[in-house]
Design a protein around this ligand. Structure first.
Ligand code: ZN
Length: 250
């Protein structure tokens, strides 16, 4: 990542892999909702939790700030960033622009094997969403959901567009929004229908993907408004055992 290298400069491979591990692990905990929006994160406690030194953790935190998942204030600390209304609208619009085009290209370019594979993935994803489960299970469902949407972009055979979807993290933010809004279930056949549409006509692909992306947006906006209202900047509290502390939310 160019921006990351600009900030941290040259590092040893060992630090680099530790920092990557810290990055993944903190990001996963944000996506799981273990570190909820607004949660104060202490670098020292993160380092303890991850059994790492301060340096790789600091680098990971810097990267997550660039991603827009964390934010820091001098003398106050670091917390999981609470997106503003405007951020959310812009994220949705960006996702719609990128993924609707990916859907159109998928309808135009996917070969027969690709189409069949995607239909199977959609069906499987619907089953997963319908089966409930614990936090770990939900994490694997979200991971599969992300792969499903990336697969559509791959079948569209435009590597620049696929790259933009990953780089802009539109699917990661979608996951974060779902977690924050506690959106755990989706309409029946939600992804089977999307898979059928993006392997059908270009018009269908476009329309169905657009509707798919906007689904649940109101609920997300509402959940984020609540987070903003409840979470001003707070200093990290000194507690043992967890790097994240937040007040209980209803
Ligand atoms: Zn989806």
């Amino acid at each position: 990542m160019v921006s990351e290298r600009l900030i941290v400069g040259r590092r040893s491979p060992k630090i680099e892999s530790l920092s990557e591990r810290a990055y993944q692990s903190i990001r996963d905990n944000i996506l799981r909702g273990r570190y909820p929006l607004g949660a104060a994160l202490s670098r020292r406690q993160l380092a303890e939790e991850l059994r790492m030194s301060f340096l790789p953790v600091s680098e990971a935190v810097q990267r997550l700030e660039i991603d827009g998942l964390l934010e820091s204030k001098p003398r106050v600390g670091t917390r999981v960033r609470i997106p503003t209304r405007q951020d959310i609208l812009e994220r949705y619009a960006l996702r719609e622009a990128l993924e609707t085009q990916a859907a159109r290209l998928c309808a135009e370019h996917a070969d027969e094997d690709g189409r069949q594979g995607l239909l199977k993935m959609g069906f499987h994803l619907d089953q997963l969403y319908g089966s409930g489960g614990d936090e770990e299970f939900l994490f694997s469902v979200h991971t599969y959901h992300l792969r499903f949407h990336l697969r559509i972009a791959e079948l569209g055979a435009n590597s620049l567009l696929r790259g933009a979807i990953e780089r802009e993290q539109v699917l990661v933010f979608n996951w974060l929004f779902d977690t924050a809004a506690r959106q755990r279930s989706l309409p029946p056949r939600f992804h089977s229908e999307l898979a059928a549409a993006v392997t059908g006509s270009v018009e269908d692909a476009d329309r169905t993907m657009r509707t798919h992306i906007r689904h649940g947006m109101d609920r997300v906006m509402e959940a984020m408004d609540m987070s903003t209202a409840e979470n001003g900047w707070r200093s990290p509290r000194k507690t043992r055992g967890s790097a994240a502390k937040t007040e209980k939310r209803p």
